[in-house]
Write a protein that binds this ligand. Structure first.
Ligand code: GLU
Length: 535
Protein backbone atom coordinates (compact mmCIF):
# COMPACT_ATOMS: atom_id res chain seq x y z
CA UNK A 1 0.00 0.00 0.00
CA UNK A 2 1.11 3.51 -0.55
CA UNK A 3 1.45 4.49 3.08
CA UNK A 4 4.94 5.71 2.59
CA UNK A 5 4.01 9.11 3.93
CA UNK A 6 5.18 10.60 7.15
CA UNK A 7 5.88 8.21 9.91
CA UNK A 8 5.92 10.73 12.63
CA UNK A 9 5.93 9.53 16.15
CA UNK A 10 3.79 11.33 18.63
CA UNK A 11 4.72 12.56 22.02
CA UNK A 12 1.73 12.41 24.28
CA UNK A 13 1.01 14.90 26.97
CA UNK A 14 1.00 13.50 30.45
CA UNK A 15 -2.08 15.13 31.98
CA UNK A 16 -3.71 11.86 32.77
CA UNK A 17 -7.08 11.79 34.42
CA UNK A 18 -9.38 8.84 34.19
CA UNK A 19 -13.09 8.69 33.65
CA UNK A 20 -14.14 5.14 34.08
CA UNK A 21 -17.36 3.28 34.54
CA UNK A 22 -18.46 0.71 37.06
CA UNK A 23 -16.50 -2.30 35.79
CA UNK A 24 -13.15 -0.58 35.76
CA UNK A 25 -13.82 0.85 39.18
CA UNK A 26 -14.60 -2.62 40.37
CA UNK A 27 -11.37 -3.92 38.91
CA UNK A 28 -9.03 -1.30 40.23
CA UNK A 29 -8.27 0.67 43.30
CA UNK A 30 -7.63 4.35 42.70
CA UNK A 31 -4.21 5.48 43.74
CA UNK A 32 -3.75 8.89 45.32
CA UNK A 33 -2.58 11.31 42.71
CA UNK A 34 -4.29 9.42 39.93
CA UNK A 35 -7.72 9.75 41.42
CA UNK A 36 -10.12 12.64 41.66
CA UNK A 37 -13.16 13.89 39.89
CA UNK A 38 -13.20 14.79 36.24
CA UNK A 39 -14.93 18.07 35.53
CA UNK A 40 -17.61 16.50 33.38
CA UNK A 41 -17.11 12.83 33.90
CA UNK A 42 -17.39 10.16 36.47
CA UNK A 43 -14.94 9.13 39.11
CA UNK A 44 -11.38 8.74 38.02
CA UNK A 45 -9.66 5.37 38.16
CA UNK A 46 -7.03 3.36 36.38
CA UNK A 47 -6.60 -0.02 34.70
CA UNK A 48 -8.17 1.02 31.43
CA UNK A 49 -7.81 -1.50 28.58
CA UNK A 50 -9.69 -0.93 25.36
CA UNK A 51 -9.63 -2.70 22.05
CA UNK A 52 -10.31 -2.01 18.41
CA UNK A 53 -11.64 -5.20 16.85
CA UNK A 54 -11.94 -4.79 13.10
CA UNK A 55 -12.82 -7.68 10.81
CA UNK A 56 -10.29 -7.85 7.99
CA UNK A 57 -13.01 -7.82 5.35
CA UNK A 58 -11.60 -4.74 3.68
CA UNK A 59 -8.97 -2.04 3.99
CA UNK A 60 -9.36 0.48 6.79
CA UNK A 61 -12.00 3.07 6.17
CA UNK A 62 -12.60 6.48 7.74
CA UNK A 63 -15.36 5.04 9.96
CA UNK A 64 -12.97 2.37 11.28
CA UNK A 65 -10.24 4.92 11.86
CA UNK A 66 -12.65 6.96 13.96
CA UNK A 67 -13.53 3.96 16.16
CA UNK A 68 -9.84 3.17 16.59
CA UNK A 69 -9.10 6.81 17.40
CA UNK A 70 -11.75 7.09 20.11
CA UNK A 71 -10.36 3.93 21.70
CA UNK A 72 -6.84 5.31 21.47
CA UNK A 73 -7.88 8.67 22.98
CA UNK A 74 -9.66 6.95 25.82
CA UNK A 75 -6.71 4.66 26.52
CA UNK A 76 -4.12 7.44 26.45
CA UNK A 77 -6.28 9.83 28.43
CA UNK A 78 -6.53 7.24 31.19
CA UNK A 79 -3.01 5.90 30.98
CA UNK A 80 -4.35 2.60 29.75
CA UNK A 81 -3.66 0.18 26.92
CA UNK A 82 -5.00 0.27 23.40
CA UNK A 83 -5.27 -3.17 21.84
CA UNK A 84 -5.73 -4.18 18.22
CA UNK A 85 -7.56 -7.48 17.84
CA UNK A 86 -8.20 -8.83 14.38
CA UNK A 87 -11.63 -10.45 14.31
CA UNK A 88 -11.26 -12.88 11.44
CA UNK A 89 -13.76 -15.54 12.38
CA UNK A 90 -15.77 -15.18 9.19
CA UNK A 91 -13.31 -16.90 6.93
CA UNK A 92 -15.52 -16.49 3.86
CA UNK A 93 -15.21 -12.70 3.96
CA UNK A 94 -11.47 -12.29 4.51
CA UNK A 95 -9.68 -9.90 2.19
CA UNK A 96 -6.00 -10.74 1.67
CA UNK A 97 -3.74 -8.04 3.09
CA UNK A 98 -6.53 -6.31 5.02
CA UNK A 99 -5.24 -7.24 8.51
CA UNK A 100 -1.76 -5.91 7.67
CA UNK A 101 -3.30 -2.80 6.13
CA UNK A 102 -5.24 -2.06 9.32
CA UNK A 103 -2.13 -2.18 11.49
CA UNK A 104 -0.10 -0.21 8.92
CA UNK A 105 -2.76 2.50 8.92
CA UNK A 106 -2.87 2.77 12.71
CA UNK A 107 0.89 3.24 12.75
CA UNK A 108 0.78 5.75 9.90
CA UNK A 109 -1.97 7.66 11.69
CA UNK A 110 0.17 7.98 14.81
CA UNK A 111 -2.20 5.88 16.93
CA UNK A 112 -0.30 2.58 17.16
CA UNK A 113 -1.69 -0.17 19.36
CA UNK A 114 0.16 -1.18 22.52
CA UNK A 115 -0.69 -4.83 21.88
CA UNK A 116 -1.49 -6.29 18.47
CA UNK A 117 -0.83 -9.22 16.13
CA UNK A 118 2.42 -7.56 15.03
CA UNK A 119 3.53 -6.30 18.43
CA UNK A 120 2.34 -9.23 20.52
CA UNK A 121 1.59 -8.71 24.19
CA UNK A 122 0.55 -10.55 27.34
CA UNK A 123 -2.92 -11.55 26.08
CA UNK A 124 -2.10 -12.83 22.62
CA UNK A 125 -2.53 -14.14 20.07
CA UNK A 126 -4.36 -11.04 18.84
CA UNK A 127 -5.92 -12.67 15.81
CA UNK A 128 -9.09 -14.64 16.54
CA UNK A 129 -8.36 -17.39 14.03
CA UNK A 130 -5.41 -18.31 16.26
CA UNK A 131 -7.55 -18.61 19.38
CA UNK A 132 -10.02 -21.28 18.25
CA UNK A 133 -9.31 -23.67 21.13
CA UNK A 134 -10.27 -20.98 23.61
CA UNK A 135 -13.67 -20.46 21.99
CA UNK A 136 -14.38 -24.19 21.73
CA UNK A 137 -13.52 -24.66 25.39
CA UNK A 138 -15.73 -21.70 26.33
CA UNK A 139 -18.62 -23.10 24.28
CA UNK A 140 -18.20 -26.51 25.91
CA UNK A 141 -18.35 -24.83 29.31
CA UNK A 142 -21.67 -23.28 28.37
CA UNK A 143 -22.95 -26.64 27.10
CA UNK A 144 -21.98 -28.25 30.43
CA UNK A 145 -23.92 -25.54 32.23
CA UNK A 146 -26.96 -26.06 29.99
CA UNK A 147 -26.50 -22.52 28.72
CA UNK A 148 -25.72 -23.77 25.21
CA UNK A 149 -26.56 -26.85 23.14
CA UNK A 150 -25.70 -28.80 20.03
CA UNK A 151 -28.01 -28.06 17.15
CA UNK A 152 -28.26 -30.51 14.27
CA UNK A 153 -30.87 -28.64 12.23
CA UNK A 154 -30.00 -28.82 8.57
CA UNK A 155 -29.70 -25.75 6.37
CA UNK A 156 -32.79 -26.93 4.49
CA UNK A 157 -34.86 -27.07 7.70
CA UNK A 158 -33.72 -23.57 8.61
CA UNK A 159 -34.62 -22.39 5.14
CA UNK A 160 -38.12 -23.83 5.46
CA UNK A 161 -38.55 -22.11 8.84
CA UNK A 162 -37.48 -18.84 7.29
CA UNK A 163 -39.82 -19.13 4.31
CA UNK A 164 -42.70 -20.07 6.56
CA UNK A 165 -42.12 -17.04 8.79
CA UNK A 166 -41.94 -14.73 5.80
CA UNK A 167 -45.14 -16.23 4.42
CA UNK A 168 -46.82 -15.46 7.74
CA UNK A 169 -45.29 -11.93 7.62
CA UNK A 170 -43.25 -12.66 10.74
CA UNK A 171 -39.58 -12.01 11.44
CA UNK A 172 -37.73 -15.27 10.73
CA UNK A 173 -36.23 -16.78 13.84
CA UNK A 174 -34.92 -20.18 14.83
CA UNK A 175 -37.51 -22.15 16.82
CA UNK A 176 -34.95 -23.49 19.33
CA UNK A 177 -35.97 -27.05 18.52
CA UNK A 178 -32.63 -28.68 19.40
CA UNK A 179 -32.70 -27.11 22.89
CA UNK A 180 -34.98 -29.97 23.78
CA UNK A 181 -32.93 -32.92 22.48
CA UNK A 182 -32.15 -35.54 25.10
CA UNK A 183 -28.57 -36.53 25.90
CA UNK A 184 -29.24 -39.83 24.17
CA UNK A 185 -30.46 -38.17 20.98
CA UNK A 186 -27.42 -35.89 20.96
CA UNK A 187 -25.09 -38.84 21.52
CA UNK A 188 -26.65 -40.73 18.61
CA UNK A 189 -26.34 -37.83 16.23
CA UNK A 190 -22.74 -37.24 17.21
CA UNK A 191 -21.94 -40.94 16.68
CA UNK A 192 -23.61 -40.77 13.24
CA UNK A 193 -21.31 -37.84 12.44
CA UNK A 194 -24.18 -35.40 11.83
CA UNK A 195 -22.88 -31.90 11.29
CA UNK A 196 -23.79 -29.54 14.11
CA UNK A 197 -23.47 -26.02 15.43
CA UNK A 198 -23.56 -24.88 19.04
CA UNK A 199 -26.26 -22.42 20.03
CA UNK A 200 -26.51 -20.21 23.08
CA UNK A 201 -29.76 -20.39 25.11
CA UNK A 202 -31.15 -16.88 25.10
CA UNK A 203 -32.97 -16.30 28.36
CA UNK A 204 -36.47 -14.92 28.01
CA UNK A 205 -37.16 -11.60 29.64
CA UNK A 206 -35.64 -8.17 29.72
CA UNK A 207 -31.92 -7.55 29.85
CA UNK A 208 -30.83 -4.17 31.04
CA UNK A 209 -27.40 -2.63 30.87
CA UNK A 210 -25.80 0.79 31.13
CA UNK A 211 -24.04 2.48 28.28
CA UNK A 212 -21.87 5.55 28.84
CA UNK A 213 -23.37 7.20 25.76
CA UNK A 214 -26.85 5.72 25.40
CA UNK A 215 -27.68 5.44 29.11
CA UNK A 216 -29.88 2.60 30.38
CA UNK A 217 -30.89 0.08 27.75
CA UNK A 218 -33.61 -2.49 28.18
CA UNK A 219 -33.91 -5.17 25.54
CA UNK A 220 -35.61 -8.50 25.08
CA UNK A 221 -33.33 -10.34 22.70
CA UNK A 222 -35.27 -13.63 22.92
CA UNK A 223 -38.37 -11.89 21.62
CA UNK A 224 -36.70 -10.93 18.37
CA UNK A 225 -34.38 -13.85 17.62
CA UNK A 226 -33.99 -17.55 18.21
CA UNK A 227 -31.03 -18.99 20.08
CA UNK A 228 -27.94 -17.64 18.31
CA UNK A 229 -25.19 -19.83 16.90
CA UNK A 230 -21.94 -19.45 18.84
CA UNK A 231 -19.87 -22.17 17.14
CA UNK A 232 -20.43 -22.64 13.43
CA UNK A 233 -20.34 -25.92 11.52
CA UNK A 234 -16.74 -25.17 10.47
CA UNK A 235 -15.67 -25.07 14.12
CA UNK A 236 -15.15 -21.31 14.05
CA UNK A 237 -16.93 -19.18 16.63
CA UNK A 238 -19.38 -16.49 15.63
CA UNK A 239 -18.55 -12.87 16.38
CA UNK A 240 -20.69 -12.84 19.55
CA UNK A 241 -18.92 -15.67 21.34
CA UNK A 242 -15.41 -14.72 20.25
CA UNK A 243 -16.00 -11.11 21.22
CA UNK A 244 -17.21 -11.90 24.73
CA UNK A 245 -14.54 -14.54 25.38
CA UNK A 246 -11.75 -12.27 24.14
CA UNK A 247 -12.94 -9.16 25.93
CA UNK A 248 -12.92 -11.20 29.12
CA UNK A 249 -9.58 -12.94 28.61
CA UNK A 250 -7.91 -9.78 27.35
CA UNK A 251 -9.13 -8.01 30.46
CA UNK A 252 -10.91 -5.31 28.49
CA UNK A 253 -12.32 -2.67 30.84
CA UNK A 254 -14.30 -0.57 28.33
CA UNK A 255 -15.82 -1.42 24.98
CA UNK A 256 -16.02 1.59 22.67
CA UNK A 257 -17.53 0.53 19.36
CA UNK A 258 -20.01 1.62 16.73
CA UNK A 259 -23.64 1.99 17.69
CA UNK A 260 -24.59 -0.75 15.22
CA UNK A 261 -23.48 -3.20 17.93
CA UNK A 262 -25.76 -1.76 20.63
CA UNK A 263 -28.53 -4.31 20.00
CA UNK A 264 -26.04 -7.21 20.18
CA UNK A 265 -24.90 -6.03 23.57
CA UNK A 266 -27.95 -7.47 25.37
CA UNK A 267 -26.98 -10.89 24.00
CA UNK A 268 -23.40 -10.35 25.12
CA UNK A 269 -24.56 -9.40 28.61
CA UNK A 270 -26.48 -12.69 28.80
CA UNK A 271 -23.33 -14.55 27.78
CA UNK A 272 -21.26 -12.80 30.44
CA UNK A 273 -23.87 -13.89 32.96
CA UNK A 274 -23.79 -17.48 31.74
CA UNK A 275 -20.01 -17.54 32.10
CA UNK A 276 -20.17 -15.82 35.50
CA UNK A 277 -17.98 -12.96 34.28
CA UNK A 278 -18.28 -9.20 34.83
CA UNK A 279 -19.06 -7.42 31.58
CA UNK A 280 -16.90 -4.46 30.58
CA UNK A 281 -18.32 -0.94 30.54
CA UNK A 282 -19.97 -0.17 27.21
CA UNK A 283 -19.84 3.09 25.30
CA UNK A 284 -21.39 2.93 21.85
CA UNK A 285 -20.28 5.57 19.40
CA UNK A 286 -22.93 7.33 17.31
CA UNK A 287 -22.92 6.82 13.57
CA UNK A 288 -20.53 8.66 11.29
CA UNK A 289 -22.53 9.75 8.23
CA UNK A 290 -21.88 11.62 5.04
CA UNK A 291 -22.69 15.33 5.08
CA UNK A 292 -26.10 14.62 3.49
CA UNK A 293 -26.99 12.13 6.21
CA UNK A 294 -26.40 9.05 4.05
CA UNK A 295 -24.45 6.10 5.40
CA UNK A 296 -20.73 5.80 4.77
CA UNK A 297 -20.39 2.78 2.60
CA UNK A 298 -17.49 0.36 2.49
CA UNK A 299 -17.92 0.65 -1.25
CA UNK A 300 -16.98 4.34 -1.15
CA UNK A 301 -13.41 3.46 -2.00
CA UNK A 302 -12.36 7.09 -1.66
CA UNK A 303 -12.92 6.65 2.07
CA UNK A 304 -10.12 4.13 2.42
CA UNK A 305 -7.36 5.66 4.49
CA UNK A 306 -4.69 4.70 2.00
CA UNK A 307 -6.46 6.83 -0.60
CA UNK A 308 -6.33 9.87 1.65
CA UNK A 309 -2.66 9.16 2.24
CA UNK A 310 -1.97 8.85 -1.48
CA UNK A 311 -3.81 12.12 -2.08
CA UNK A 312 -1.47 13.99 0.20
CA UNK A 313 -3.61 14.17 3.31
CA UNK A 314 -1.84 14.11 6.63
CA UNK A 315 -2.96 11.72 9.35
CA UNK A 316 -3.32 14.71 11.70
CA UNK A 317 -5.92 16.24 9.37
CA UNK A 318 -7.93 13.02 9.21
CA UNK A 319 -7.91 12.56 12.97
CA UNK A 320 -8.91 16.18 13.40
CA UNK A 321 -11.80 16.12 10.93
CA UNK A 322 -13.38 12.88 12.22
CA UNK A 323 -13.38 14.21 15.77
CA UNK A 324 -14.47 17.72 14.83
CA UNK A 325 -17.67 16.52 13.21
CA UNK A 326 -18.64 14.55 16.30
CA UNK A 327 -18.82 14.89 20.05
CA UNK A 328 -16.65 13.92 23.03
CA UNK A 329 -15.05 17.32 23.62
CA UNK A 330 -16.17 20.48 25.35
CA UNK A 331 -16.15 22.19 21.96
CA UNK A 332 -14.88 21.65 18.45
CA UNK A 333 -12.29 23.62 16.53
CA UNK A 334 -10.15 22.73 13.54
CA UNK A 335 -6.44 22.35 14.04
CA UNK A 336 -6.32 20.16 17.13
CA UNK A 337 -3.24 18.00 17.49
CA UNK A 338 -3.39 14.45 18.75
CA UNK A 339 -1.98 15.64 22.06
CA UNK A 340 -4.82 18.12 22.35
CA UNK A 341 -7.37 15.51 21.35
CA UNK A 342 -6.09 13.22 24.09
CA UNK A 343 -6.15 15.87 26.75
CA UNK A 344 -9.54 17.31 25.72
CA UNK A 345 -11.35 14.00 25.17
CA UNK A 346 -14.11 13.16 27.62
CA UNK A 347 -16.14 10.03 26.89
CA UNK A 348 -19.09 11.36 28.90
CA UNK A 349 -19.39 14.23 26.42
CA UNK A 350 -20.20 11.87 23.56
CA UNK A 351 -23.81 12.41 22.60
CA UNK A 352 -26.06 10.12 20.57
CA UNK A 353 -26.39 12.47 17.58
CA UNK A 354 -24.84 11.13 14.40
CA UNK A 355 -21.65 12.84 13.31
CA UNK A 356 -21.87 14.41 9.84
CA UNK A 357 -18.61 14.29 7.96
CA UNK A 358 -18.01 17.19 5.59
CA UNK A 359 -15.08 16.10 3.47
CA UNK A 360 -15.17 19.36 1.52
CA UNK A 361 -13.48 20.84 4.57
CA UNK A 362 -10.63 18.34 4.53
CA UNK A 363 -8.24 20.44 2.40
CA UNK A 364 -8.54 23.29 4.89
CA UNK A 365 -7.88 20.92 7.80
CA UNK A 366 -4.87 19.63 5.92
CA UNK A 367 -3.61 23.15 5.23
CA UNK A 368 -3.67 23.94 8.94
CA UNK A 369 -1.83 20.76 9.90
CA UNK A 370 0.64 21.04 7.05
CA UNK A 371 1.48 24.57 8.20
CA UNK A 372 2.07 23.26 11.69
CA UNK A 373 4.24 20.39 10.45
CA UNK A 374 6.33 22.80 8.39
CA UNK A 375 6.86 24.97 11.43
CA UNK A 376 8.11 22.06 13.50
CA UNK A 377 11.72 21.31 12.61
CA UNK A 378 11.59 17.52 12.99
CA UNK A 379 8.36 17.00 11.07
CA UNK A 380 9.63 19.52 8.49
CA UNK A 381 12.60 17.28 7.76
CA UNK A 382 10.26 14.38 7.03
CA UNK A 383 8.18 16.59 4.73
CA UNK A 384 11.33 17.70 2.93
CA UNK A 385 12.33 14.10 2.28
CA UNK A 386 8.84 13.23 1.13
CA UNK A 387 8.66 16.21 -1.21
CA UNK A 388 12.11 15.42 -2.64
CA UNK A 389 10.93 11.89 -3.42
CA UNK A 390 7.70 13.12 -4.98
CA UNK A 391 9.41 15.73 -7.14
CA UNK A 392 12.04 13.26 -8.29
CA UNK A 393 9.29 10.82 -9.23
CA UNK A 394 7.14 13.33 -11.10
CA UNK A 395 9.88 15.38 -12.78
CA UNK A 396 12.49 12.66 -13.05
CA UNK A 397 13.24 13.08 -16.77
CA UNK A 398 13.27 16.87 -16.63
CA UNK A 399 15.38 17.56 -13.58
CA UNK A 400 18.72 19.08 -14.58
CA UNK A 401 21.40 16.44 -14.48
CA UNK A 402 24.03 16.82 -11.81
CA UNK A 403 21.76 19.21 -9.95
CA UNK A 404 19.94 17.06 -7.44
CA UNK A 405 17.31 18.81 -5.37
CA UNK A 406 19.11 19.98 -2.31
CA UNK A 407 17.51 19.58 1.09
CA UNK A 408 18.07 23.27 1.81
CA UNK A 409 16.31 24.26 -1.36
CA UNK A 410 13.28 22.05 -0.79
CA UNK A 411 13.07 23.23 2.81
CA UNK A 412 13.17 26.86 1.69
CA UNK A 413 10.35 26.26 -0.77
CA UNK A 414 8.23 24.65 1.95
CA UNK A 415 8.88 27.37 4.48
CA UNK A 416 7.91 30.09 2.01
CA UNK A 417 4.77 28.28 0.81
CA UNK A 418 3.48 27.23 4.26
CA UNK A 419 -0.09 28.32 4.82
CA UNK A 420 -0.67 28.68 1.07
CA UNK A 421 -0.75 25.01 0.12
CA UNK A 422 -3.25 22.41 1.27
CA UNK A 423 -1.04 19.45 0.40
CA UNK A 424 2.50 18.68 -0.72
CA UNK A 425 0.94 17.47 -3.96
CA UNK A 426 0.00 21.10 -4.76
CA UNK A 427 3.69 21.74 -5.35
CA UNK A 428 3.78 19.14 -8.11
CA UNK A 429 1.16 20.94 -10.20
CA UNK A 430 2.20 22.74 -13.41
CA UNK A 431 1.85 26.16 -11.73
CA UNK A 432 4.77 25.26 -9.50
CA UNK A 433 6.90 23.45 -12.08
CA UNK A 434 9.24 26.49 -12.19
CA UNK A 435 10.40 25.45 -8.74
CA UNK A 436 11.83 22.21 -10.08
CA UNK A 437 12.70 22.91 -13.70
CA UNK A 438 13.88 26.08 -15.35
CA UNK A 439 11.01 27.31 -17.57
CA UNK A 440 11.74 28.54 -21.12
CA UNK A 441 11.90 32.34 -21.35
CA UNK A 442 8.34 33.36 -22.35
CA UNK A 443 9.52 35.90 -24.89
CA UNK A 444 6.13 36.29 -26.54
CA UNK A 445 4.55 37.39 -23.29
CA UNK A 446 7.46 39.72 -22.64
CA UNK A 447 7.09 41.39 -26.03
CA UNK A 448 5.74 44.72 -24.80
CA UNK A 449 8.46 44.85 -22.19
CA UNK A 450 11.40 43.95 -24.39
CA UNK A 451 13.14 47.26 -24.30
CA UNK A 452 13.01 47.43 -20.58
CA UNK A 453 13.48 43.72 -19.98
CA UNK A 454 17.20 43.62 -20.50
CA UNK A 455 17.67 46.72 -18.43
CA UNK A 456 15.57 45.45 -15.53
CA UNK A 457 17.20 42.04 -15.51
CA UNK A 458 20.65 43.62 -15.58
CA UNK A 459 19.78 45.91 -12.69
CA UNK A 460 18.47 43.03 -10.59
CA UNK A 461 21.58 41.04 -11.46
CA UNK A 462 23.83 43.79 -10.24
CA UNK A 463 21.65 44.10 -7.15
CA UNK A 464 22.43 40.45 -6.45
CA UNK A 465 26.13 41.06 -6.98
CA UNK A 466 26.36 44.13 -4.79
CA UNK A 467 23.68 44.08 -2.17
CA UNK A 468 23.50 41.70 0.78
CA UNK A 469 19.85 42.58 1.33
CA UNK A 470 18.86 40.15 -1.41
CA UNK A 471 19.71 37.39 1.04
CA UNK A 472 17.69 38.98 3.83
CA UNK A 473 14.04 39.01 4.75
CA UNK A 474 11.21 39.43 2.26
CA UNK A 475 10.85 43.03 3.49
CA UNK A 476 14.56 43.74 2.80
CA UNK A 477 14.37 42.38 -0.71
CA UNK A 478 11.11 44.17 -1.34
CA UNK A 479 12.52 47.54 -0.39
CA UNK A 480 15.53 46.96 -2.66
CA UNK A 481 13.22 46.21 -5.57
CA UNK A 482 11.14 49.30 -4.81
CA UNK A 483 14.26 51.43 -4.81
CA UNK A 484 15.39 49.85 -8.05
CA UNK A 485 12.13 50.79 -9.73
CA UNK A 486 12.71 54.44 -8.88
CA UNK A 487 15.76 54.26 -11.14
CA UNK A 488 13.58 53.36 -14.10
CA UNK A 489 12.00 56.23 -15.90
CA UNK A 490 9.29 54.58 -17.94
CA UNK A 491 8.47 51.30 -16.23
CA UNK A 492 5.98 51.13 -13.42
CA UNK A 493 6.55 48.90 -10.37
CA UNK A 494 3.76 46.52 -11.44
CA UNK A 495 5.22 46.15 -14.92
CA UNK A 496 8.67 45.51 -13.50
CA UNK A 497 7.27 42.81 -11.23
CA UNK A 498 5.34 41.26 -14.11
CA UNK A 499 8.54 41.00 -16.09
CA UNK A 500 10.52 39.53 -13.23
CA UNK A 501 7.78 37.00 -12.56
CA UNK A 502 7.77 35.93 -16.21
CA UNK A 503 11.55 35.74 -16.34
CA UNK A 504 11.84 33.69 -13.17
CA UNK A 505 8.77 31.45 -13.26
CA UNK A 506 7.43 31.63 -16.80
CA UNK A 507 4.05 32.30 -15.18
CA UNK A 508 1.80 35.33 -15.05
CA UNK A 509 0.50 34.48 -11.62
CA UNK A 510 1.69 32.72 -8.52
CA UNK A 511 3.46 33.50 -5.30
CA UNK A 512 4.87 37.00 -4.83
CA UNK A 513 7.96 37.82 -6.87
CA UNK A 514 9.91 38.31 -3.67
CA UNK A 515 8.92 34.83 -2.51
CA UNK A 516 9.89 33.36 -5.87
CA UNK A 517 13.30 35.04 -5.61
CA UNK A 518 13.88 33.93 -2.04
CA UNK A 519 12.80 30.38 -2.80
CA UNK A 520 14.92 30.02 -5.91
CA UNK A 521 17.95 31.52 -4.19
CA UNK A 522 20.57 33.92 -5.63
CA UNK A 523 22.34 31.51 -7.97
CA UNK A 524 19.20 30.30 -9.70
CA UNK A 525 17.74 33.83 -9.86
CA UNK A 526 20.90 35.12 -11.53
CA UNK A 527 21.00 32.26 -14.04
CA UNK A 528 17.38 32.79 -15.02
CA UNK A 529 17.79 36.56 -15.40
CA UNK A 530 20.95 36.07 -17.38
CA UNK A 531 19.03 34.02 -19.98
CA UNK A 532 16.82 37.03 -20.67
CA UNK A 533 19.80 39.31 -21.16
CA UNK A 534 21.76 37.08 -23.52
CA UNK A 535 18.64 36.33 -25.61
N1 GLU B 1 -15.53 -7.14 14.39
C1 GLU B 1 -16.46 -6.10 14.67
C2 GLU B 1 -16.40 -5.08 13.54
O1 GLU B 1 -15.70 -5.29 12.58
C3 GLU B 1 -16.11 -5.45 15.98
C4 GLU B 1 -17.27 -5.13 16.84
C5 GLU B 1 -16.85 -4.84 18.25
O2 GLU B 1 -16.01 -3.95 18.41
O3 GLU B 1 -17.32 -5.48 19.15
O4 GLU B 1 -17.04 -4.06 13.57
Amino acid sequence: MGLNGLSRRWRLLGNWSCVVGPAARRRTVCRPGLCGLASHGEEIGSGVRVRFGPSPTGFLHLGGLRTALYNYLFAKKHRGQFILRIEDTDQSRLVPGAAENIEDVLEWAGIPPDESPRKGGPCGPYQQSERLDLYLKAAETLVERNAAYYCFCTPSRLEILKKEALRMRQTPKYDNRCRHLTSKQIEEKLVQGCPYVIRFCLDKGTVSFEDLVYGTNRMEPASVEGDPVIIKADGFPTYHLANVVDDHHMNISHVLRGTEWLTSTAKHVLMYRAFGWDPPVFAHLPLLLNKDGSKLSKRQSDLFIQNFSQNGYLPEALLDIVTNCGSGFSGNRPGRTLEELVSEFDVTRIITHSALLDLDKLPEFNRIHLLRCIENSSSRQLLVTELQTLVEKVYKDNLPEGKPLSTDYVERVLVHRKGHITSLLDLLKPDYSYLWICPPVPREQMEDLTTEAVKICSMVLSLYQNCSNVHGTPADLNSELKWLQTQLTTTKYSAMMKLLRLALSGQQQGPSVVEIMLSLGPKEVCERLHRVIVR
